[in-house]
Write a protein that binds this ligand. Structure first.
Ligand code: B12
Ligand code: SF4
Length: 500
């Protein structure tokens, strides 16, 4: 079959990172294994108009991914495709996977969307493709309307899907368990992406050739349940690949694809420390430690001791992020982070002792915050003194505990999925004594107080990467310290560009 997988256009016109979509890369690899002819259409980097591409390639099935701020664009893409070519359209990703808010049905209800996949998609995607192929083999009328016919029962027992039959009725099948044996999955199909079009992992900090920058996933899921974290595609059951299996892919990235940096995208890679020790030993033994790598999304600070960090540094780890979130111990307890401030201090200390760069993810405007607690967060970031402090505006994603809390006791200030990004400088909700003005003031103060200190300024200026990235760094500084004017028009700009 001819298969297309689409990442809807969402690159904000600011210097954010643009990397190949790993979820689509996994699905594409599964499809190739099935024997399909596969194309990735990443609207962020594609030149050819979508409708023209569809008419040329004539796919038998289209899959579109969507996180929350992307979902409306995903629907627009679906409409545009259906107008050009009659093909079943399947939506998946973190947003339509939020069952508690019926966001699967929200998407299935869209005229151009036929099926929605909830949760991890590899096995479900294969089953959908198999059923479509079987259907096409037997039928004279292979239209999407016939495929989705109410009485055909094609989709009755496919786990993990929600869908709309041709009569307009919505159906939700039972969920599918997350992939149990991660070693059984093929490696992401990077060869289908236009690698020269992407940025590196951290374009504001490093000057690495984007086409030589790759991501890897060594585990999935997270056993923690922080109240702000969107977990629709992140089962509580943490599963990991074996070190041998990770090593083989790592070798492929370095030796076959010439990787210059590798980003480990796991949510919580260090749940089992012994596994990481073994992987680190293997990277060293196989001389793969000359390529720097980064824990991009954070590891758990309570499981990042000196011995582990030292070994990882020897294995090529250059930088690691930690989800610090807040500098106030009561707020830290309230968000169910299951950690305390001293443990976080120790993790940063261990990293510094072994020479690792650090990133601290901080949130401004968590439930229950006051001016003082937000100041604690700024002060704590300054005390930890990471290379990068990333302050986010608390954005309550659907399906999270914070979302439910704000619905109950607060006031949401955004009502459009396209506003669910956290790098704009606008407060997303108000609750109790926490007003939008206060949160926005503290957010700006956080960046000013952290970055406009001699230490961080000097660190930046003395790094070669800073000078090689100078135009980008000036734009980022302007956006951060001279706020508003450019930012408020961001969403309008995306809408105006809509889909090409
Ligand atoms: C790496 C990452 C990024 C990277 C790269 C994103 C990318 N292009 O892949 C960057 C830094 C750019 C990023 C940005 C943002 N991210 Co992000 N990101 C992640 C992270 C940590 C890993 C993504 C990943 O590779 N997962 C592994 C792959 C295998 O999973 P997957 O992509 O979800 O795909 C699987 C399933 O979802 C499903 N599936 C997905 N699409 C489809 C399509 C079809 C047809 C089918 C059948 C199945 C299917 O099957 C896939 C295979 O199992 C996730 C957390 C997580 N655990 O996933 C957050 C996460 C996806 N990000 C999130 C958010 C909020 C954002 C931002 C909106 C934040 C912001 N700055 O405002 C932006 C959005 C920017 C954008 N352009 O879309 C949220 C999404 C929540 C939500 N409700 O949408 C997550 C879940 C984090 C969290 N727990 O809160 N992100
Ligand atoms: S924030 Fe991190 S530790 Fe907390 S639930 Fe999400 S992934 Fe797990």
């Amino acid at each position: 079959m001819r298969v297309v997988l689409i990442n809807p256009r969402f690159r904000l016109p600011i210097d954010t990172r643009t990397t190949p979509h790993l979820g689509l890369a996994y699905l594409a690899a599964m499809s190739e294994q099935r024997g399909d002819e596969v194309r990735i259409y990443d609207a962020d980097v594609e030149d050819q108009p979508l409708d023209e591409f569809m008419r040329e390639f004539k796919p038998h099935v289209v899959g579109i991914t969507a996180n929350t701020p992307q979902v409306k664009q995903a629907w627009r893409h679906a409409e545009k495709i259906k107008a050009a070519w009659d093909v079943p359209i399947v939506l998946g990703g973190p947003h339509p996977s939020v069952e508690s808010e019926e966001l699967d049905f929200e998407s299935a209800r869209q005229p151009a969307v036929d099926l929605v996949v909830r949760g991890e998609g590899e096995e479900t995607w294969m089953e959908i493709c198999n059923r479509i192929e079987d259907f096409m083999r037997d039928q004279e009328d292979t239209s999407t309307a016939a495929l989705m016919g109410a009485n055909r029962g094609i989709w009755d027992n496919v786990l993990g899907i929600s869908y709309k039959t041709a009569d307009g009725a919505l159906h939700r099948n039972l969920g599918r368990a997350a992939v149990d044996d991660l070693d059984s999955l093929p490696w992401p199909a990077y060869h289908l992406f236009r690698m020269d079009k992407y940025t590196n992992l951290q374009p504001a900090t490093d000057n690495v050739d984007g086409s030589k920058s790759f991501s890897i996933l060594t585990s999935r899921g997270c056993p923690y349940r922080c109240i702000f974290c969107s977990q629709s595609i992140m089962p509580i059951k943490w599963r990991s690949r074996t070190p041998e299996n990770v090593l083989a892919e790592w070798k492929h990235l370095v030796e076959d694809l010439d990787a210059q940096e590798i980003g480990v995208l796991d949510d919580s890679a260090n749940i089992r420390k012994k596994r990481l020790h073994t992987l680190a030993d293997m990277l060293i033994e196989n001389n793969l430690n000359h390529v720097p790598w980064i824990f991009v999304n954070g590891i758990r600070a309570n499981l990042a001791d000196y011995e582990l960090m030292k070994k990882l540094k020897q294995a090529g780890l250059r930088r690691t992020a930690f989800g610090v979130e807040t500098g106030n111990s009561q707020i830290l307890r309230d968000i169910d982070k299951n950690i305390d401030l001293d443990t976080i201090r120790n993790a940063f200390k261990a990293c510094k002792e072994v020479g690792l760069e650090t990133i601290a993810f901080m949130i401004i405007g968590l439930p229950g915050e006051t001016r003082e607690t937000m100041q604690d967060t700024i002060d704590f970031a300054i005390e930890l003194d990471p290379l990068i402090a990333n302050f986010s505006m608390m954005t309550p994603y659907p399906g999270t505990k914070v979302w439910a809390q704000v619905k109950r006791q607060g006031r949401m200030l955004i009502h459009d999925w396209e506003d669910y990004v956290f790098f704009e400088q606008k407060a997303r909700y108000e609750m109790g004594e926490m007003t939008a003005e206060l949160v926005e003031e503290m957010y700006r103060k956080a960046y000013r107080q952290f970055y406009l200190r001699p230490g961080p300024i000097w660190r930046r200026v003395k790094s070669g990467d800073f000078w090689m990235n100078l135009p980008r760094n000036i734009r980022i500084a302007m956006r951060t310290f001279v706020p508003k004017a450019e930012k408020t028009g961001l969403r309008k700009k995306i809408e105006a560009e809509a889909i090409s």
